[in-house]
Design a binder for this molecule. Structure first.
Ligand code: S3P
Length: 414
């Protein structure tokens, strides 16, 4: 088998959530095209509708009629989506809304202290079940804060910045390592007073309504990553990932593949609403193990499952450290990667904050426990390509969380 040709991807998940939320802030009709088709983004859409925002299809685009939020009459169901609850909790706090957020079993076990703490410091009246969902927020007058975060999380940063849109004084957020910066880039493009200097972002209240926008969302590099991983491992591959987000905070996997020896070529750079769009070509070469440390983690946070599979085929050792955040994702991804790769025959050791992989090892198909985590399911479907025998996954429907077209594209390309 060889992976050749071009693939187009549905809209980036992070940018899709933000496009809907920011369009809801604008006064009038925005038009969003290539919105992510994943269930997570549907959760954001439905929550916004519950808050009085009109969102509907027009041909293949979405129209969002924004400008006025109301208190939702029912609980806001965020499903599996951490981005939905964390960003919306901030955004709605800044719009003086009272609401209760709930989610599925996985989301109900994920930590919310990281947003509750700064939002409370801003003056938000809120309560939760031991810092997990359900989370109740009550309309409160918010102050500006100077917040130094211990974790590099775009969700936490965005929650604080979005709440600050409704607070009386400017707010600053300092992060330890730069996390994805779509919130900052898009708000700035929409005219919000926001500035970033190195790791510190400062934002002020919006004093006038934002103008609606038209936006064609770039393809999702986190979805493209699975095919980049496949092409890196399969001989004679030459795969072009078309029109994906070229935002540097999202492209860590491509630097890592390059460092491992893969040919990675960027081309056709464009710009829309401050966000870059690019094509990336991947050609397989001999793979070498590398060291990945905490400074690189935010830019590959969603790609570590597929990076671990590629590392199992690389010569020598790959050591990933500083990645404890992986334990708080849709599943404990350190443990789900290590358990499944070990079962496939990889030489892999679990660390508290990462893993050590010695390769290359011939993998064999086995029974995969996905923990209903979309990225674990997709990574181990890709692992089947280079294994002796197919992996059997206990759940495949979970890929719909971020990338419902995954299996169809995989069938076309392999
Ligand atoms: C996201 C940020 C990341 C990422 C998630 C989407 C976002 O989470 O894992 O899939 O859209 O802001 P953290 O920033 O909490 O690490």
């Amino acid at each position: 088998m060889n992976l050749r040709g071009e693939i187009f991807f549905p809209g980036d998940k992070s940018i899709s959530h933000r496009s809907l939320m920011f369009a809801a802030l604008c006064d009038g009709k925005s038009k969003i095209s290539n919105l992510s088709t994943g269930k997570d983004v549907q959760s954001t859409k439905n929550c916004l509708i519950d808050c009085g925002i009109k969102i509907y299809n027009e041909k293949s685009s979405y129209i969002v009629e924004g400008g006025k939020f109301i208190n939702p009459k029912k609980e806001l169901d965020c499903g599996n989506s951490g981005t939905t609850v964390r960003l919306l909790a901030g955004l709605l706090s800044g719009q003086n809304i009272s609401a209760t957020f709930v989610g599925d079993e996985s989301l109900s076990n994920r930590p919310m202290k990281r947003i509750i703490e700064p939002l409370k410091l801003m003056g938000l009246n809120c309560s939760s079940k031991n810092f997990t969902l359900p989370l109740k927020i009550k309309s409160s007058k918010l102050n500006g804060i100077n917040y130094k975060s211990q974790i590099a999380s775009a969700q936490v940063k965005s929650a604080v910045l979005l709440a600050a849109l409704g607070s009386n004084k400017p707010t600053s957020f300092i992060e330890p390592v730069l996390s994805r910066n779509h919130t900052e880039i898009m708000l700035k493009a929409l005219g919000v007073p926001i500035n970033t200097k190195k790791l510190k972002t400062t934002i002020s209240k919006i004093t006038r309504k934002l103008k609606p926008f038209n936006f064609n969302i770039p393809g999702d590099p986190s979805s493209a990553a699975f095919f980049a991983g496949a092409a890196s491992m399969v001989k004679n591959s030459n795969l072009v990932l078309k029109n994906i987000s070229g935002n540097d905070t999202r492209l860590g996997i491509f630097s890592i593949l390059k460092q491992m020896g893969v040919t990675v070529l960027k081309s056709n750079e464009k710009n829309i609403l401050g966000e870059k769009i690019i094509d990336i070509t991947i050609k397989n070469k001999i793979l070498n193990g590398i060291k990945i440390n905490e400074n690189q983690i935010p830019s590959i946070i969603d790609e570590i499952p597929i990076i671990a599979i590629v590392a199992s085929q690389a010569k020598g050792q790959t050591k990933i450290t500083g990645a404890k955040e992986l334990r708080y994702k849709e599943s404990d991804r350190i443990s789900s990667i290590v358990l499944n790769l070990k079962k496939m025959g990889a030489d892999i050791t679990e660390l508290e904050d990462g893993m050590i992989i010695n390769g290359p090892k011939k993998l064999k198909g086995t029974f995969i426990k996905t923990y209903h985590d979309h990225r674990i399911a997709m990574a181990f479907k890709i692992a089947s390509i280079i294994a002796d025998g197919e992996n059997q996954l206990d759940s495949i429907d979970c890929v719909d969380i971020s990338y419902p077209e995954f299996l169809e594209t995989l069938t076309k390309i392999t």
